[in-house]
Design a protein around this ligand. Sequence first.
Ligand code: SF4
Length: 365
Amino acid sequence: MRDLLPALQARITSVVVDDTVASVPLAHRVRTLLPAAQWQTRQPEDPLPRDARTLYLKAFRGRFLRPCPGTSHYRCCGYHILHIGENCPLACSYCILQAYFDDPTLKVWANWDDLEAEVVTTLRAYPKRRWRLGTGEFTDSLALEPLTGMSAWLVELLSPWANVVLELKSKVADLSWLAAVRDPRRVLAAWSVNAPEVIAREEQGPRADLLQRLNAARTCAAAGVRVCLHFDPILFYPGWEQGYQQAVEAIADTLRPKDVAFISLGSFRGMPRLIASIRERFPQAQYAVAELVPGLDGKLRLLRPLRTRQLAFVAQLLRQAGFGDQLYLCMESDVVWQAVLGITPGQRGGLARYLEHLAFDTPNR
Ligand code: SF4
């Protein structure tokens, strides 16, 4: 996306870098690309930065590779998180990160040697396992890509592993990483999609609009990289039917079913802490003041009949457009699966296995 780097340059006013990673290539690259930012090298005893306009290049000491926690009692998709950093320069009203983290600092793990060592050791230990990895759990996979080049590096790092597929999930249209792709089967390019008015009203910051996302997806497909789309969260608001119809029409106008590995559908949901934060920080977010009921996992959701109606509506539109084979539901029960898709994950061998099949066995269908 042409104006993403200037937007990041305007947003990030200071950079803090841990002393042990102050000389790594990433630090040099960031320093060159953010010439106006104040620069501080942090010693272990120094206080941690806590500021949304600060980028913290951190020597991360935790686990880089970890199973996605999913949610209890509902069907989850069995992928592994490749942890690259925390927080995001975009501001979506519904963002789960506001409930995960008290601290708004943009963080990027800068000890790539440690990341590489852990990932390579783990992959070598399980050579027969098939891995679906994704970086979009605690940050947007590509929102800082013009600054860091981290996704391009990961794409190269993982491309020799035939048993690994890396999913890059984003709301920006940065495609700089595409030049690093050696084997398009090893990468899934994923975009969150939504009704155009939801994108306009509830997603702030330098995000791409729906058509920019879909055009980027089409470019990936033309390069042989399969696309994933995530309709998540589907929101309830007056006129939602037209909004989601417009979104599906845009998808059908831009992508062919064979370009798309899978499409997830997820109704808005969140722990009470997230809902309270949305209500406080985003007064325009009417969907968060609707009647929400706790599910078995403690998350608040729309009443099941309403959820089912919305999910079934979008699923039906996608089916009519030829995208029926790739659909799955995010964090829903068998009852809702049956009502929306007429099948349960168990009938497909389990959701994790089904998605593994779509990710690995159906290139360029
Ligand atoms: S793009 Fe994703 S991570 Fe960033 S604010 Fe929006 S929902 Fe949160």
